[in-house]
Design a protein around this ligand. Structure first.
Ligand SMILES: *Cc1c(COP(=O)(O)O)cnc(C)c1O
Length: 491
């Protein structure tokens, strides 16, 4: 069997899984994919008897074959011991007739924790193989920054520098980042918007002086964004875990098909489900749930992907996106691994802002993928209705997935819950008919409504000391990164 990853845009660009994790993205602009994915078969009987950690090992070893058993087990242990507040890691809860898969019990109360606790461990092991250190550069609009900081905190041989737009993140997001501990973490407020910070990070990766200094220090400059296979692979695990739950509760038998509804932005989460399907998970349909930025609903209905539209800011900000990068991987598999086709689509997207796939391919995609979108008004209605009927409080992202699940008419559907309602307390409270502008007060009010405690990681923010106070100009980003290369690795 081929033991290499290839680029979605060039089948001749081959790298090992460790290399793919270190590089993140291929230098031809493509994403790394595993061509033999559909010949890997996961034993469902085993899945249903094993722990989360054991299932994670069984899945990871198939897709990361150049890691030793010892390495993978150590990574999984370090990622999932004491970092999640529940032993199941990703528990399932029945809400009305829908099974809600809760992915938000990690350190930052969002689903990105599931992967961002594991990726740093995988990266650290890969760096040992190449005998390098790494500096992670991340621009964030708010959420990913904290999850990344938390995951990389004090990981051996890795430093991380996070840039967020000054005064353009929420109070909670600000405190989450500014109070971050760890001797290898750097956080900067940048005067500008998210796009400014993001473009500057992209420039820094190509900057000559930057690369020379990195090389001199044996430091790899890389990112931790959601196209990295080290973030994708850990997400496959919880799809199998929810299946295990349904079987062990006697709700289905092994082999029965289930559907999933997934609140979607960059298409990483739902793609991980599709990977699970290719590896033998019995799936009826995946529902791709979007907010008012419904570029994916349009694509899945018409076959045309067009980013030529306005960007809309919503109360589900982690799904506010016009380019869903990981969709490129679905095109690869659905086109029969046609890298020339994928490259053409991506070139069209770049040059014309859109591409259209052939009818037969759309049919094939529609056989497996449903879709739907929900605007802010409807999102709040869903939060209110679900609370009134079940006393469960959903966050806005989760409510979107839940709403699409409700409209699907599937008998057995799992809806993914991607954030804790406490992370979006102000909007959730307003959906429930209460108003409160202070985010910390809102959390306390919400805690009374939910009659459960505020997650520790959010609660403690109000009293933790501010450790990162730097406010910098865009032009200063390069200097602080050059300095970080010196400071992050001093013991
Ligand atoms: C990132 C995120 C999403 C979207 O996930 P993708 O993998 O980008 O599709 C949905 N909900 C929340 C809360 C998120 O943080």
């Amino acid at each position: 069997m081929n033991q290499m990853y290839v680029s979605t845009r060039d089948a001749n660009k081959k790298v090992s899984s460790k290399q793919a994790i270190l590089e993140g993205i291929s230098n031809d602009g493509g994403l790394y994919v595993w061509p033999e994915l559909d010949s890997v078969k996961i034993d469902l009987n085993k899945v249903c008897k094993q722990s989360y950690q054991e299932n994670a090992y069984m899945i990871l070893k198939e897709l990361l074959p150049d890691y030793s058993e010892e390495e993978l087990k150590e990574c999984i242990h370090d990622a999932y011991t004491n970092s999640f507040s529940v032993p199941e890691i990703t528990p399932v809860k029945k809400v009305d007739n829908i099974y809600v898969l809760e992915l938000f019990h990690g350190p930052t109360s969002a689903f990105k924790d599931v992967a961002l606790t594991l990726l740093p461990q995988l990266m650290s092991k890969a760096l040992k193989t190449t005998n390098q250190k790494a500096l992670i550069l991340t621009a964030t609009s708010g959420d990913t920054g904290k999850a990344a900081l938390c995951g990389f905190q004090d990981v051996e041989n890795i430093g991380i520098a996070v840039f967020y737009p000054h005064q353009k993140v929420s109070q909670i997001q600000y405190r989450q980042m500014a109070t971050q501990k760890g001797k290898n973490t750097k956080v900067y407020a940048v005067k500008g918007n998210f796009d400014d910070a993001q473009s500057q990070v992209k420039k820094l990766f190509l900057d000559e002086q930057m690369n020379e200094q990195a090389k001199a220090h044996n430091i790899l400059l890389t990112s931790a964004n959601s196209i990295n296979i080290g973030r994708l692979v850990p997400q496959i695990v919880y799809y199998f875990e929810s299946y295990k739950y349904l079987v062990n509760q006697g709700l289905i038998q092994i082999g029965d098909k289930v559907s999933f509804s997934v609140p979607t932005g960059n298409f990483g989460d739902v793609l991980a489900g599709f990977y699970g399907y290719l590896m033998g998970l019995p799936v009826e349909r995946f529902y791709v749930a979007s907010n008012a930025n419904h570029v994916l609903t349009d694509f899945l209905s018409t076959g045309t992907y067009s980013r030529n539209r306005d960007f809309i800011q919503t109360i589900s900000p982690s799904m506010d996106i016009l380019i869903s990068s990981n969709l490129e991987r679905l095109l690869y598999y659905m086109s029969g691994k046609d890298t020339a086709f994928v490259k053409k689509c991506m070139d069209d997207l770049k040059e014309k802002g859109e591409y259209t796939i052939p009818r037969e391919m759309l049919d094939k995609i529609q056989d497996l993928f449903g879709c739907g979108y929900v605007n802010d008004y409807e999102t709040k209605e869903v939060i209110k209705d679900v609370y009134e009927q079940t006393k469960e409080v959903l966050d806005p992202h989760t409510a979107i997935g839940y709403s699409v699940a409700q409209n699907s008419d599937e008998d057995m559907i799992v809806s993914l819950a991607t954030a804790s309602p406490y992370k979006f307390s102000v909007d959730v409270l307003s959906a429930l008919g209460q108003s409160c502008e202070n985010e910390f007060e809102a959390m306390k009010q919400l805690s009374k409504i939910c009659s459960d405690p505020i997650p520790q990681g959010l609660k403690e923010l109000e009293s933790l000391p501010i450790l990162h106070k730097d406010i910098i100009e865009i032009e200063e980003m390069k200097d602080v990164v050059l300095k970080a290369m010196e400071e992050c690795f001093n013991d």
